[in-house]
Design a protein around this ligand. Structure first.
Ligand code: NAP
Length: 320
């Protein structure tokens, strides 16, 4: 079988497509024929050796794939051979033409969702759903700022927030991204490259501020976010690429809460319930990943460069 392998951490070019022995299935496991693979920023941090949880070398990157069940081990009851599925983590890595999973890592992919879209579900949608429901406890009628709405997590957050009945303001850093965020259901869009977007946000909320902020780049925005919150507002930090100084009084004045979120910390039971919520939204068509660019698996290094560039436009997906 074909698999991307990383023998030592480094630049995107340390990833090479290799022919490796076929995977062997044991009881309780599922062998998946992979059709599409979602590329997430965390894949690049791990590949670069800059992540707290590093795999043993060599390894195959990736957690998010979609595909078809090719074989099941003894005792597997959640799916059968031929089922369309998406993965929420794998045992052997997703950047390959086959991957092995535990039963709990495999979720049904509704017919209305393509394989390419299915590769973009797990990390973005589970993170956005946790942030809005379990952390922010966002309620219908509240206003949410999705700060960085043009990327994988952002689009998921816009769609989930709309499904929850929130008023949604989304930001992006390109004209194309802004148009897409609007088309995905944001009531208003703002360009986070402009210096006056905070004032425009305050105008959009009649000076009240927003109830919830889902923040993709806290090291740039957190100090200002605290000034954009309404009373009892909540900021959920999803992404941050460095330190930042804040004025705690901005939080005190609003009785505001700042919450961190790490998807990998979520207990299995909580993840199972999040994927049930996602299943309902995917089935109804309320949730549907936007695929911005596809690359062949042989071009994994190009995809890793692309996911770290500005001007995000949905998910980057690899095709084996
Ligand atoms: P992505 O697809 O690459 O999108 C990045 C987003 O950040 C884009 O919408 C981008 O907008 C936006 N951005 C760029 N500059 C910004 C600014 N100044 N203010 C606000 N937003 C800005 O990445 P992703 O998959 O959505 O992930 C987003 C971040 O969350 C990454 O840092 C990722 O590592 C992290 N993350 C964390 C968890 C967790 O468990 N905590 C889970 C998933 C992701 P433009 O490109 O349009 O400017």
């Amino acid at each position: 079988m074909k698999s991307i392998r990383v023998h030592e951490p480094g630049a995107p070019e340390v990833m090479h497509l290799e022919e490796i022995p076929p995977l062997t299935l044991t009881s309780g496991q599922i062998l998946v024929r992979v059709h599409a693979i979602g590329v997430n920023p965390v894949d690049t941090y791990i590949r670069a050796g800059k992540y707290a949880r590093m795999p043993a070398m060599p390894y195959t990157p990736g957690t998010d794939a979609s595909g078809v069940v090719a074989a099941i081990g003894e005792g597997v009851t959640r799916c059968k051979v031929g089922d369309r599925i998406y993965t929420a983590g794998t045992l052997t890595g997703a950047y390959a033409d086959h991957t092995l999973c535990n039963e709990s890592q495999v979720h049904p992919l509704p017919d209305r969702v393509t394989f390419e879209e299915g590769g973009g579900i797990n990390i973005p949608y589970a993170t956005a759903c946790l942030a809005l429901t379990r952390k922010a406890h966002a309620a219908p009628g509240e206003t949410a700022l999705i700060h960085g709405a043009s990327g994988g997590v952002g689009i998921a957050a816009v769609q989930i927030a709309r499904a929850l009945g929130l008023r949604v303001i989304g930001t992006a850093g390109s004209e194309r991204g802004l148009a897409m965020v609007k088309s995905q259901g944001a009531h208003e869009v703002l360009d986070h490259r402009t210096s006056d977007y905070p004032e425009r946000l305050m105008k959009l909320t009649d000076g009240r501020g927003v109830d919830v902020i889902i923040e993709m780049l806290a090291n740039v925005n957190l100090a200002r976010d605290l000034t954009l919150l309404a009373k009892n507002g909540r900021v959920v930090i999803v992404g941050s690429r460095g330190p930042i100084e804040i004025n705690p009084r901005d939080a005190m004045a609003r009785d505001a809460s700042i919450m961190g979120l790490m998807l990998f910390n979520a207990p299995e039971k909580e993840l199972a319930s999040i994927h049930e919520i996602l299943a309902a939204g995917l089935k109804k068509g309320e949730l549907r990943p936007v695929v911005g660019r596809t690359f062949q698996l042989t071009e994994a290094s190009k995809a890793h460069h692309a996911v770290m560039e500005p001007g995000a436009y949905g998910k980057i997906v690899l095709l084996p």
